[in-house]
Design a protein around this ligand. Sequence first.
Ligand code: DX5
Ligand code: ZN
Length: 220
Amino acid sequence: MIKISPSVLASDFSALGAEAARMQESGADYLHLDVMDGRFVPNITFGAPIIKSIRNKTQLVFDVHLMIDEPLKYIEDFAKAGADIITFHTESSSPAAETVEKIIDCGCKAGISVKPNTPVEQVFPLLDSLSMVLVMTVEPGFGGQSFMPETMDKIKALRRETERRGIDIDIQVDGGINEKTVETAAAAGANVFVAGSAVFGAADAAAAISRLRELAEAAK
Ligand code: DX5
Ligand code: ZN
């Protein structure tokens, strides 16, 4: 099923609660919350208290993308703050299996993300426990970058593997997703689309979300 997850990185941070509510009214499925620690990536955003502060502003699924060095230490905080899906990076320093287990124990769905130069096969041993794999389509750290088409082979390989095993897993893409790139990612096998600039930068967010959904549906 196609899902659109607007990234708050491109939102008006001074009115984050209202922006979250606006995304729900605009027809989004998830709200993508980019957590950066200035160590795993060269940028700092926000942490669990900010997420907690907007939890009662919307019923959207909170899709928390942890770009932090030691995710295992903070899983409980993000779960308590109201995360529904917690995705961490395989390149981080926490042990992946233990981190996935912790996310599930805390009552959340677990996702693992791979940066553009990381082979997607790294997540294969844990696929059966995961709800989602996030294949980054830019180097993580900043919004507004250009989509890297060379990452599509990883989506195809991942889709082949999930079909071979007969497991139903979401494949998310994040970075540079817009009306020009969403079809390429959908055709490769992605079904959850993060979009920051393309949604928050649009004059009409609802129209932008439904257009992305339409294009993805037609290309899958
Ligand atoms: C980048 C973040 C993305 C970012 C996407 O490191 O993980 O979620 O906000 O922004 P756009 O859609 O503008 O590329
Ligand atoms: Zn993200």
